[in-house]
Ligand binder design. Structure first.
Ligand SMILES: NC(=O)c1ccc[n+]([C@@H]2O[C@H](COP(=O)([O-])OP(=O)(O)OC[C@H]3O[C@@H](n4cnc5c(N)ncnc54)[C@H](OP(=O)(O)O)[C@@H]3O)[C@@H](O)[C@H]2O)c1
Length: 257
């Protein structure tokens, strides 16, 4: 039986990965900050699918939290075959409206934790000649979309580079770039979602199914869903100035829901 470790497993996209991987018979290591929620999820997935679900409480915006997940990933007695670096959040406000401390916290979770956990997992996977890492980025990586988009652009570039360096080793790395997904993300960030058209919303379970299919195909970047594939194709040819105006506004309305 293989084991998958998922960060940000308790809600949204991470919870969808947990549901799908448990249904496929993988044992799980579930990581997030809320222990009670993690325990409830672990019990539910164990009871439903008969898999082992371990709980690892960790705050990935803290060194100690990252270190505890690194320790689990490098434990040779119980190897992890698939790592899903999914934990993430948005800050409330545009550039200069957000404190530098909060910007750095986002970089810690989106970039430092992703780098350290990928490295901790990939080293053992390379030795064993097999394994997978999915780093959850965003289509925001491809457009001018504040410091959030910049952090996700790092995730895409890092993952593609590492995937090239590990080509032929048996270790697959993939950056997953979703569009808008109905999760707790926008509410947690205090973002109104009223100006996001209905057709732009993706379903987390369908997103995860498409992502795992792309990982199996050996893709290093996955943009699930035809709508966003088309949009990102247009982004490549659109003038940068126009993109800045449109993309920084959509879905970035801060205030009451
Ligand atoms: N929703 C979208 O439209 C969308 C689009 C593109 C990309 N994404 C990306 O998808 C990923 C998942 O987002 P989501 O939409 O599923 O968000 P969500 O519903 O808010 O879930 C976020 C998860 O991350 C955990 N988390 C947050 N901060 C953490 C920290 N410091 N340490 C450990 N765990 C932490 C949360 O649990 P605890 O609070 O218990 O820690 C929760 O399990 C993120 O990387 C996000 O940037 C989302």
């Amino acid at each position: 039986m293989t084991t998958a470790l998922i960060t940000g497993a308790t809600a949204g996209i991470g919870a969808a990965f947990a549901r799908r991987l448990a249904a496929d018979g993988h044992n799980l290591v579930l990581v997030a900050r809320n222990t009670e929620r993690l325990r409830e999820q672990a019990t539910e997935l164990h009871d439903l699918h008969g898999i082992e679900a371990e709980v690892l409480t960790a705050d990935l915006s803290e060194d100690d939290g990252i270190a505890s997940v690194e320790a689990r990933l490098t434990d040779r007695r119980q190897s992890v075959d698939l790592l899903i670096n999914n934990a993430g959040f948005g800050n409330k406000g545009r550039y200069l409206e957000v404190s530098t401390a909060d910007e750095l916290k986002m970089l810690k979770v989106h970039c430092e934790a992703v780098l350290r956990l990928t490295s901790a997992a990939a080293a053992g996977m390379k030795e064993r000649g097999r394994g997978g890492v999915v780093n959850v980025a965003s289509v925001a990586a491809f457009v001018p979309r504040g410091t959030y988009g910049a952090s996700k652009a790092w995730v895409v570039q890092f993952t593609q580079g590492a995937a090239k360096d590990l080509a032929g080793s048996g270790v697959r790395l993939m950056a997953l770039c979703p569009g808008f997904v109905r999760t707790e993300f926008h509410e947690r960030a205090g973002m109104g979602t009223g100006n996001i058209p209905g057709w732009m919303w993706l379903d987390a379970d369908k997103l995860v199914a498409a992502a795992l299919a792309d990982l199996a195909r050996g893709k290093s970047v996955s943009i699930p869903d035809a709508r966003y594939k088309t949009l990102m194709g247009l982004v490549k040819v659109a003038p940068r100035g126009l993109l800045g105006g449109v993309t920084s506004k959509t879905g970035r309305k801060y205030g009451p829901q």
